[in-house]
Design a protein around this ligand. Structure first.
Ligand code: VGL
Ligand code: ZN
Length: 187
């Protein structure tokens, strides 16, 4: 039985080159992710979407980004949503952020675990942006809180990399949480 889902993290315009919180080379993951979503290997495809109110607490840390309803919060136009079954928004509560697609920083669900459970999903591949923030948090919670067999496909991820150690540290943290970190995306 195919019980694997693809979780596509935060392909919002604001994380793309030229966006408010641009992740280097972020647009390079889009064709890879389009191919993964279309390849028939996944029983379920879900995309998370960073989605903040104008007065969100995240803007103490980060530049204004992914403001709900703004063009920067929309997905990149080349991201093919035709194969996406569900979209899970996160970070919409003013006073609490949610790097993870699963639970916010108060532990409240965004609904992702419930969607996957309802579909009988036991394994997930996590891809998208950013390796050192939302991909990391989503993959770790997938492997731990949601108890899913979790892989991260690195060629389909890009990191913010505020310091050069951030992405390698994120990879190490994911591995320590039981995530299988894959160097290739041909899976
Ligand atoms: C993210 C910083 C702020 C991410 C979201 O998607 O990794 N990073 N909001
Ligand atoms: Zn955000």
């Amino acid at each position: 039985m195919n019980n694997r889902a693809l979780i596509i993290v935060d392909l919002n315009n604001d994380f793309m080159p030229g966006g408010a919180l641009a992740v280097p080379e972020a647009d390079q993951v889009i064709p890879i992710i389009n191919d993964l979503a279309a390849n028939g290997n996944y029983a379920y495809v879900v995309a998370t979407q960073d989605w903040h109110p104008l007065n969100h607490s995240s803007f103490a840390t980060w530049p204004l980004h992914c403001v709900a309803g703004s063009p920067g919060a929309e997905f990149h136009p080349l991201f093919d949503q035709g194969k996406v079954h569900a979209i899970v928004r996160k970070g919409f509560d003013t006073d609490v952020d949610s790097y993870s697609g699963f639970y916010n920083e108060r532990g409240e669900t965004n609904g992702l675990a419930e969607l996957l459970k309802a579909r009988g999903i036991t394994r997930v591949d996590v891809v998208g942006l950013a390796t050192d923030y939302c991909v990391k948090a989503t993959a770790i919670e997938a492997a731990t809180l949601a108890a899913l067999d979790t892989r991260v496909l690195l060629p389909a991820c890009r990191g913010v990399g505020l310091t050069p150690e951030d992405v390698p540290r994120a990879i190490e943290a994911m591995r320590e949480a039981g995530v299988e970190v894959m160097e290739e995306a041909h899976v």
